[in-house]
Write a protein that binds this ligand. Structure first.
Ligand SMILES: Cc1cc2nc3c(=O)[nH]c(=O)nc-3n(C[C@H](O)[C@H](O)[C@H](O)COP(=O)(O)OP(=O)(O)OC[C@H]3O[C@@H](n4cnc5c(N)ncnc54)[C@H](O)[C@@H]3O)c2cc1C
Length: 423
């Protein structure tokens, strides 16, 4: 079959790789000149199966209310006259019940575990280097209440096979000595030794090279303008090339992996995807003082920030702002991140050379992605990966490739069949 993959972010590139492995002719279309240039450009770098608790959980509604209007809040709803934002917000509230949270954690852990394994296999098989580190992820707490509340989800993750263990503040400092500076304010931590980190953008670019070696074609600087149906199937995709020339791209099957823009392109086909952009920030800076810098990938619960070590760079990312497709860099939010880094690891990074970035997470209310067939026979979806698109990329790419090929995915998830959210 000839399969057209729309989008060359982490999800599009991994889909293309696994589709090619299953023998398909594959063409990837993206509006950017280089792959992984949008949300997959400078994320937090964590392969975090342990980070499975979705934003929507029983404690979220109160927190979100408290944070309303606070410029430096970790999760900020900027209320707009935007029906899609309101509908998403209502669905988000529905996902906050204990039963839904439990169900969502289960889905997220299963896909995460499978995906991490798939990434390792791919890394070995194709010899891909992307500043990866396999020292686990340490999630630290500076609030006793939040630390106590971490016990239940950690236990649930262990039941699901993700070995996330609750550890003392002293043990946390033993694992990551750079935390010694804040030892007095540490309540405790959880540690998942199997989790990893690495430069997602570098991984995607390396995988594109392997795809090209295998014969995948990349049509970069091609902006998709519409998906056109004839009878009940997609007949072709309309796009404009870099010089503005109109072109039609035809295949037997199509995979939508356009990140937070996916819902806009399938809406005219009657497919409503509950995906809303959640803007996040990252800061990347060179290491200045090695003795103060972290080596292990970390999650700061209080500020909802993640820290990864990418070679001789520090990458810190997080916060979420629901404010439509705006990608402006808000100075207050950027400065809040740098302030927090300096508070935790004073002098570790060269703040003068800090590079700021913002990207739009394709967020679903449940944080469970949308992977599977759609209501249009030859149109498939691999999108809505929200906070965990890097963690879930390889497992999702392999799963959609199997679904397109008429095979059962290797992981037991609710996404088999027509994607539940695409009706
Ligand atoms: C601040 C931040 C930190 C994060 N940290 C982590 C982390 O530590 N771990 C983790 O697992 N995940 C993390 N994520 C999430 C992860 O980065 C995303 O889920 C993932 O990058 C989404 O990939 P994607 O391929 O779906 O979307 P994208 O990377 O946005 O790819 C979509 C592609 O579609 C293309 N496209 C869109 N519209 C068109 C069009 N009309 N025509 C042609 N092409 C089009 C775009 O150019 C783009 O290349 C983080 C995200 C952010 C913002």
């Amino acid at each position: 079959m000839k399969v057209i993959v729309l989008g060359a972010g982490l999800l599009g590139v991994t889909s293309a790789y696994f589709l090619r492995q299953l023998g398909h002719e594959v063409v990837v279309v993206d509006r950017q000149a280089t792959p992984a240039a949008e949300t997959s450009f400078a994320n937090g770098g964590q392969i975090s199966v342990s980070h499975a608790e979705p934003w929507a959980n029983p404690s979220a509604p109160l927190k979100v209310l408290k944070w309303l209007g606070k410029e430096d809040a970790p999760l900020l709803f900027r209320v707009r006259a935007d029906m899609r934002q309101w509908l998403w917000g209502l669905q988000f509230l529905r996902e906050c019940s204990p039963a839904r949270t439990r169900h969502n954690i289960e889905q997220i852990v299963r896909l995460g575990t499978y995906s991490r394994e798939t990434l390792r296999e791919l890394r070995r098989k194709r010899n891909i280097d992307y500043d990866q580190r396999t020292q686990g992820i340490l999630h630290f707490y500076t609030s006793q209440r939040e630390f106590d509340a971490a016990e239940a989800p950690s236990a649930q993750m262990r039941e699901l096979g993700c070995e996330r263990h609750v550890i003392s503040a002293d043990e946390a400092v033993r694992i990551e000595p750079a935390l010694r500076h804040i030892r007095p304010s540490l309540a405790g931590a959880t540690y998942t030794a199997e989790d990893e980190s690495g430069d997602a953008n570098r991984f995607a670019r390396e995988l594109v090279k392997r795809c090209e070696e295998d014969g995948v074609q990349f049509l970069m600087s091609h902006t998709v303008t519409a998906l056109r149906k004839a009878a009940d199937v997609i007949d072709h995709v309309e796009a404009t090339e870099a010089e503005g020339r109109f072109t039609r791209i035809r295949g037997d099957a199509y995979v939508v992996a356009m990140g937070s823009l996916s819902p806009l392109y399938v809406h005219p086909l009657g497919i409503r995807l509950p995906i809303y952009p959640a803007k996040g920030y990252s800061v990347t800076m060179p290491v200045k003082d090695e003795s103060m810098a972290h080596q292990v990938s970390l999650t700061d619960d209080e500020f909802k920030l993640v820290f990864s070590r990418l070679g001789n760079r520090l990458r810190i990312a997080g916060t979420a702002e629901l404010n439509g497709y705006d990608r402006d860099l808000n100075r207050v939010r950027c400065e809040a991140i740098v302030r927090r880094v300096e508070e935790l690891f004073p002098g570790a990074g060269d703040t003068e050379r800090a590079q700021f970035w913002a990207g739009l997470r394709p967020a679903t209310p449940s944080n469970v992605p949308i992977i599977g067939r759609s209501t249009v026979a030859n149109l498939y979806l691999n999108t809505g990966h929200g906070t965990l698109g890097w963690t879930h990329a390889c497992g999702s790419g392999k799963s959609i490739a199997r679904i397109v090929s008429g095979l059962t995915p290797e992981v037991d998830l609710a996404f088999v069949g027509v994607a539940a959210n695409s009706r």
